[in-house]
Ligand binder design. Structure first.
Ligand code: NAD
Ligand code: MG
Length: 350
């Protein structure tokens, strides 16, 4: 048996709603949103419309700068914004956060400030170590930034995770809850976690199921049909295109709702062939190895090194995948068919 960390999480999950949040906790505070991409633009706009004092911190000459200015924000360099702010929310790419934190944010943090994140990677793997005297919290929407924005505009919200890693002021929870209410998350519900738990489960989910698992499963199905002589267009429809239809049913009403909508033949095939393709003992043993690498930092170390070494492996895999027949056929079908998908195409794995 491998050395898996035993997580003692049997306690009831704690949930918060609008009634538990008081936006007054942000009164008189300047919030600097660092980064104006998927999450950044949504947090900045939603917080401002919730009555908060928001500024934006970016790279001079970066492409987001004019966008944030056009949206009416005062835009500063990251260092200037961090200096002016009481709460610094870091919403730049996870892999550049540590360097930007060290050179531009850390020198401008004062005791009593708060440092905030939407994902725990850099805190979990100690790429960023916040000074004592500073609150550290996570406000992590469980959806892409564009949905965080569109839901807020519609009077709704995206569920969020809250975690307080360091409560230096004794007010970190109030501030974090108010922040999440400000981006609209309290309208949907806030679930309490830790940055360790969020990071480990997030990485595990995307690697084994959502991205790694699903992509490899679809690719294998596509290849088996094509190698057996079936038309790639058919293989694409059956093994890739229909994935979304099935997932939408599960998302709405669980696996039972999916089984209700598909034919009994499909459901019988699910029971007979699912475990043949994915023998649970073997699959779970493989997943545990992935989890162990996440827990002991092996995966994080590899990803940090990959970024330092110019992403050779990452870029070659991406280029190789783009040339795969399933991608080429899929593009052709999407271009030729009428079922074009108009939903947000941004990174939704968080
Ligand atoms: P993104 O790639 O959409 O945007 C990144 C922004 O950072 C851009 O404005 C870019 O110009 C800016 N930037 C990049 N390097 C910079 C630098 N060196 N200095 C200053 N600015 C720089 O990123 P995102 O998807 O919004 O992710 C931000 C954070 O939110 C990450 O921690 C991510 O894990 C988390 N998150 C993302 C999602 C999601 O669905 N996108 C969901 C939940 C949490
Ligand atoms: Mg994720």
């Amino acid at each position: 048996m491998m050395n898996l960390k035993k997580v003692g999480n049997s306690a009831m999950v704690k949930m918060y709603y609008e009634k538990d949040c008081n936006l007054d906790a942000l009164n008189g505070k300047v919030i600097a949103i660092i980064g104006y991409g998927s999450q950044g633009h949504a947090h900045a706009l939603n917080l401002r419309e919730s009555g908060c004092n928001v500024i934006v911190g970016l790279r001079k000459g970066g492409k987001s700068w004019p966008v944030a200015e056009k949206d009416g924000f005062e835009v500063y360099t990251v260092a200037e914004a961090a200096k002016k702010a009481d709460i610094v929310m870091i919403l730049i790419n996870d892999e550049v956060q540590a360097a930007v934190y060290k050179s531009e944010i850390a020198p401008n943090l004062e005791p009593g400030n708060a440092l905030a994140f939407a994902h725990g990677f850099n805190i979990r793997y100690k790429q960023i170590v916040a000074p004592e005297g500073v609150d550290v919290f996570m406000a992590a929407p469980k959806g892409p930034g564009h949905t965080v924005r569109s839901q807020y505009v519609a009077g709704k919200g995206v569920p969020c995770l809250i975690a307080v890693e360091q409560d230096a002021t004794g007010k970190a929870y109030d501030i974090a809850l108010a922040y999440i209410a400000g981006i609209g998350g309290a309208r949907a519900g806030i679930l309490e976690t830790t940055m360790d738990e969020e990071t480990e489960t997030d990485l595990f989910g995307e690697q084994t199921v959502l991205c790694g698992g699903v992509v490899d499963l679809m690719q294998c199905g596509f290849e088996v049909l094509v190698e057996a002589g079936y038309k790639p267009e058919n293989a694409y429809f059956e093994c890739i295109h229909e994935m979304k239809l099935i997932i939408d049913l599960i998302n709405k009403g669980g696996i039972a709702a999916m089984n209700y909508s598909i034919s009994d033949t499909a459901e019988f095939g699910e029971y007979v062939s699912g475990p043949r393709v994915l023998p649970h003992d073997e699959i779970k043993a493989n997943m545990r190895k992935v989890l162990a690498d996440i827990q002991d930092g092996t995966f994080a170390g590899r990803w940090i090194a990959e970024n330092k070494n110019g992403r050779t492996f990452f870029n070659s895999k991406r280029a190789q995948l783009a040339k795969h027949e399933m991608e080429v056929v899929g593009k052709k079908l999407r271009d030729e068919m009428l079922w074009k998908n108009d939903s947000d195409l941004d990174n939704a794995s968080n």
